[in-house]
Design a protein around this ligand. Structure first.
Ligand SMILES: NC(=O)C1=CN([C@@H]2O[C@H](COP(=O)(O)OP(=O)(O)OC[C@H]3O[C@@H](n4cnc5c(N)ncnc54)[C@H](O)[C@@H]3O)[C@@H](O)[C@H]2O)C=CC1
Ligand SMILES: O=C(CO)COP(=O)(O)O
Length: 320
């Protein structure tokens, strides 16, 4: 089956590089200038420098080239997904659409699969998520991800089509669990980065990660996720990676908050909008999510780091 990747940022380019080991891949960039530059230089110098694009990748800005593919991977930021799908709805109608973004839509509280269902109702949606940095995938380092698809048969097909020499896919039909694990871990990673940035130490990070995971489970189970999914690659696996590596943009954003330093506003940091969406839902549903709500306040400047620490430490004592 033919594959196209819509979105030529860090992750889209890395996935295209990995998939090129299986056969021809179309990589679509919305900017014609960017596409021509990548096609000629055989590199995405803006987002994934120093990794050559294999000959099996064709870079284009013509959406008709994406229309020709059977499977389209959507590698755009969560808050841009609806706009991208709406703009290209007629080209993507009826296709198998594998969403690769992690987050909750701020304006609706929906995850990426629901956004696909609303914008292109006759598409077959799936989700690719889990612990992986674009740079690691692009360099061919071993990686394991979750392929979530509500249609079990289609999930098996996609697992086979999208597994590559170094990228091993596990499948699940628990789309909600996979979506929420990937979305919520970014919020906790911001909190862990802030703790390390403020000099609170590794013990504080372990506490935030563990209690943050409890919040992730509380939120996801309320929305119908399965515990096993949260304990797997797309939940705990990605949480551990993102809370412990400076390769993570969410973690680095948190580090800057903790150190009171500015952060590049053009960098994709999914956890900021997701924290806000999650905090709003938690309040509406009466869920106790103190770390996530604190991260939302911290990320938007409503709290300073010392205030955030005090508010978490002063909470009433309770059972674990
Ligand atoms: N970079 C990484 O290591 C990983 C990223 N992801 C997820 O992948 C998603 C994308 O992240 P990155 O590629 O890293 O971000 P990025 O910032 O490197 O690239 C985003 C790309 O989306 C494009 N884009 C934005 N709005 C668009 C629109 N309306 N239509 C078409 N294209 C549009 C931008 O031009 C850019 O090329 C995020 O949800 C992220 O959480 C998941 C796993 C790893
Ligand atoms: O999702 C990721 C790792 O699995 C990438 O994390 P960042 O978006 O924080 O860079």
């Amino acid at each position: 089956m033919s594959v196209a990747v819509l979105g030529a940022g860090a992750f889209g380019t890395a996935l295209a590089i990995s998939l090129a080991g299986n056969g021809f891949v179309t990589l679509w960039a919305r900017s014609a200038e960017h596409a021509i530059h990548m096609e000629n230089s055989r590199e995405n110098s803006a987002r994934l420098p120093n990794v050559p694009l294999p000959p099996a990748i064709s870079v284009t800005s013509d959406i008709k080239d994406v229309e020709a593919a059977d499977i389209v991977l959507l590698a755009v930021p969560m808050q841009k997904l609806r706009a991208a799908l709406t703009e290209h709805a007629s080209n993507l109608a009826g296709k198998t659409l594998v969403v690769c973004c992690k987050g909750i839509e701020l304006t609706t509280g929906l995850g990426p699969i629901s956004v696909v269902r609303q914008t292109i109702p006759n598409a077959s949606p799936a989700l690719l998520t889990g612990p992986s940095f674009a740079d690691d995938i692009a360099r061919g380092l071993p990686t394991a991800l979750t392929l979530a698809c509500g249609d079990a048969d289609l999930g098996k097909v996609l697992q086979t089509e999208l597994t590559t020499a170094n990228l091993r896919l596990y499948r699940t039909t628990d789309v909600i669990g996979a979506e929420l694990g990937g979305a919520l871990k970014n919020v906790i990673a911001i909190g862990c980065g802030a703790a390390i940035g403020a000099g609170l130490g590794d013990s504080a990070r372990a506490a935030l990660l563990t209690r943050g995971f409890a919040e992730m489970q509380r939120f996801a189970l309320m929305r119908g996720a399965k515990t096993d999914t949260l304990m797997g690659l797309s939940g705990l696996g990605d949480l551990v990676l993102t809370c412990s590596s400076e390769l993570s943009r969410n973690y680095r954003f948190g580090l800057c908050l903790g150190q009171n330093r500015p952060f590049d506003t053009h960098t994709t940091v999914e956890g900021v909008a997701t924290a806000r969406a999650m905090a709003e839902i938690a309040v509406a549903e009466g869920l106790d999510m103190p770390i996530s709500v604190t991260v939302a306040d911290l990320s938007h400047g409503a709290y300073s780091v010392p205030q955030a620490i005090q508010s978490l430490l002063n909470r009433p004592l309770k059972e674990e």
